[in-house]
Write a protein that binds this ligand. Structure first.
Ligand code: AMP
Ligand code: GLY
Length: 417
């Protein structure tokens, strides 16, 4: 089997690393891939949105299966294009991926299908949005409708802050077309968790829950990022809450998409918050979470290629999980999530302890070694039966980046917060 993975981040490195364990795979390709992926797969320089070029490559190389990592190619219709050519592909069509592509659509979808989420209203007019904010008061949440690389959400502690967010989205067009509608949403208080499932139509096969850490600094301080680390499973999350999320959120979402003629195949991601009123949806994504995937896939015992084939064929993939705990921390470039330098030399990774794994998020391979080419550079993870051992191994791994002015990272991930 020849398999292609579309994408270039840590999530895709994890997917490639998992697929590389499949005995049926004879050749792995990534478009465009990264420095770490290049050690396991042939990287081809095709942009994730170059849909025609991706189709052309898959046909020329006679690729048997393609896995789509990020949301941008999904919303650009890469799955539709592959399906039109009868190429096997794992991921939702652009119609199904709209659950991630438009927060306005996702909110009205949840209202129609009675899926628990914060009350909200959508506006295209800044003055009307501000009137609504004045009526509601703070804290309140302002969200751009479209894709904004995780930066389109402002949790405003004051009415002024919320009004500023509205101005920047609707008047100053900070996010272009993606911010031409804003959603003003009630603030929900509680612990967050990510629950994903392999989905095909109404069939839902949940994964272990994971917790992402979006804020840049320890103790969840500072601005939001693409994610600074993650762990799975979540010791403080009760099984009854997970079950409720599956029954009241994931299953109705899958069934609702079928009803709306947007039947979903792929990984459906629910970003959830555990409120006193039960779990509620913060967002849906149409793909694996990043960096959650970097801790979930090492716990999955199944062959990922077989899972894709089973799920697509309508068979239960019979997921089984290691009785273990995975945690990992992102190494980011100094300055991230603000401006940062690229081409930073990466320390010698062979010095990492034996029991940690290293996923590349933003690197490229040069004759002199790996260098950075993004804000989030590496993910240092560990799997152990015992949580303390996993946390301690990562901590030891992080020492090779300690006091290096090129990098920064959180030191509190995996402790159950
Ligand atoms: P999102 O990009 O939709 O995942 O939102 C980014 C972050 O904003 C989330 O991880 C939450 O921490 C926060 N957030 C989003 N919506 C709400 C809400 N309604 N109440 C409280 N926090 C929220
Ligand atoms: N970890 C959040 C996301 O993948 O969107």
């Amino acid at each position: 089997m020849k398999v292609l993975v579309i994408g270039s981040g840590g999530r895709e490195h994890s997917i490639v690393a998992k697929l590389a364990l499949s005995t049926e795979i004879t050749a792995l390709y990534a478009a465009p891939g990264n420095g770490g992926i290049a050690d396991l797969a042939t990287c081809v320089p095709i942009d994730v949105t170059a849909v025609d070029d991706l189709v052309h490559f898959a046909k020329e190389e006679q690729i048997d299966w393609t896995f789509v990592g990020p949301e941008i190619p999904l919303l650009a219709g890469v799955v539709n294009a592959f399906q039109q050519e009868n190429l096997n592909v794992f991921g939702p069509t652009k119609e199904a991926a709209l659950i991630e592509g438009s927060k306005d659509y996702a909110k009205s979808f949840m209202r129609v299908h009675a899926i628990p989420t914060a009350a909200s209203e959508t506006f295209s007019d800044a003055e009307k949005a501000k009137d609504y904010i004045a009526k509601k008061g703070a804290p309140i949440v302002v969200k751009a409708d479209g894709l904004a690389a995780g930066k389109g959400v402002v949790v405003a502690n004051t009415v002024e802050e919320a009004n500023e967010a509205v101005e920047s989205m609707l008047v100053d067009n900070q996010f272009g077309q993606a911010g031409s509608l804003v959603i003003i949403e009630d603030f929900l208080d509680g612990k967050e968790f990510s629950l994903m499932a392999f989905v095909n139509g109404k069939d839902v096969y949940p994964l272990v829950p994971a917790r992402d850490h979006k804020r840049v600094y320890d103790n969840d301080q500072g601005p939001n990022t693409g994610g600074m680390g993650a762990y799975a499973p979540i010791p403080d999350l009760q099984q009854s809450v997970i079950d409720e999320a599956i029954e009241r959120i994931l299953k109705p979402a899958a069934a609702g998409l079928v009803k709306e003629d947007r039947s979903f195949t792929g990984v459906l991601y629910a970003g959830l918050i555990e409120t006193t009123d039960g779990p509620k949806v913060i967002e849906f994504n149409a793909r694996f979470g990043d960096p959650e995937t970097q801790v979930i896939l090492p716990l999955l015992e199944n062959d990922l290629l077989q899972v894709m084939r089973d799920v697509t064929a309508g068979n239960n993939p019979q997921l089984t999980w290691k009785d273990a705990y995975a945690t990992g921390t992102v190494i980011a470039a100094s300055g991230y999530p603000g401006s940062y330098d690229k081409q930073l030399p990466i320390p010698d990774l062979s010095e990492l302890p034996q029991d940690v794994y290293c996923i590349h998020a933003g690197t490229e391979k040069t004759a002199e070694g790996y260098v950075s080419n993004g804000g989030r550079i590496l993910f240092i993870g560990s799997v152990h039966h015992n949580r303390t051992d996993a946390v301690e191994s990562v901590k030891t791994g992080l020492t090779i980046f300690k006091s290096n002015p090129n990098f920064h990272y959180r030191t509190d991930i995996g402790f159950g917060k």
